[in-house]
Write a protein of this length. Structure first.
Length: 239
């Protein structure tokens, strides 16, 4: 039975505008005030970003390529993509996240550049949930967002993201494997409900089925694991 009400999204928005924003800004940042678990998650996430960039650049330069980073967080992916020459549209449901991403992009892409015509094209940041995104992009990327939604919702999100992408869609999600499921049940990985939203795992087969339903197929797969961070990274293309 579906154990979830219809309000996942509102809970997620509230979380990432408040305590979740503070927690994840720290994890995605570079400061030393992180505990051992957070440091490990920071490492795992940075590997996901790195692997996504490798997937994206494997097929050729990103110069002038339009990329939509759905659920951009603090800009961990959007900023390096802009450095690679991509024309980035970066959106997030959280206004706090978008403001932080904008600030970091200005610091990392524009600061110290006397001649701004030499600077990368700034990502276009916008507060928007991915369900309301429209337009067409060469590539759509959505990293570590599906974890906040049950598969029943993830199906629709995947279908919508695929409809925005002309050439490829890159997704990462926490894989539902026996081992990870057990760890999660034990509660080692995720703090209690007071501290976080709940985390949903997705089986690769379910994600693949959602893609197939809308005429897409997976053509690259990767797995990123550290002690406390697990992510499956897939690249899909029109079948
Ligand atoms: N993709 C970023 C990265 O990998 O650095 C951030 C990952 S963070 C774990 C999840 C992000 O998804 C948060 O910034 C959150 O606000 C955003 N988010 C959650 N639900 C969303 C939705 N329905 N539409 C857009 N963004 C969403």
């Amino acid at each position: 039975a579906e154990e979830v009400g219809g309000d996942d999204k509102e809970v997620v928005r509230e979380y990432f505008n408040n305590s979740g924003f503070q927690r994840w800004k720290k994890i995605y940042g570079e400061t030393d005030d992180v505990n051992r678990v957070q440091k490990d998650i920071r490492l795992g996430h940075s590997k996901t970003v790195e692997n996504a960039i490798t997937m994206l650049t494997d097929d050729g330069s990103l110069r002038g390529v339009t990329v939509c980073d759905a659920g951009c967080g603090t800009g961990s992916l959007s900023i390096p993509l802009a450095k690679e020459g991509a024309i980035v549209t970066a959106t997030d449901i959280s206004a706090a996240m978008v403001a932080e991403a904008q600030k970091q992009a200005e610091e990392q892409l524009l600061a110290g550049k006397d001649d701004l015509s030499q600077a990368p094209v700034m990502p276009k940041f916008e507060v928007k949930d991915l369900e309301s995104l429209d337009g067409k992009y060469h590539t759509v990327v959505c990293l570590d967002v599906l974890i906040h939604y049950p598969q029943s919702k993830a199906d629709g999100m995947i279908a919508h993201l695929a409809s925005l992408a002309e050439n490829r869609l890159i997704l990462s999600f926490a894989p539902k494997t026996f081992y990870y499921d057990i760890l999660k049940r034990i509660g080692e990985l995720f703090p209690g409900p007071s501290k976080a939203t709940r985390a949903y795992l997705h089986s690769e087969a379910d994600v693949e089925r959602a893609l197939q339903k809308v005429g897409w197929k997976i053509n690259k797969r990767g797995l990123i694991t550290t002690q406390f961070y697990f992510a499956k990274l897939v690249e899909a293309v029109p079948a």
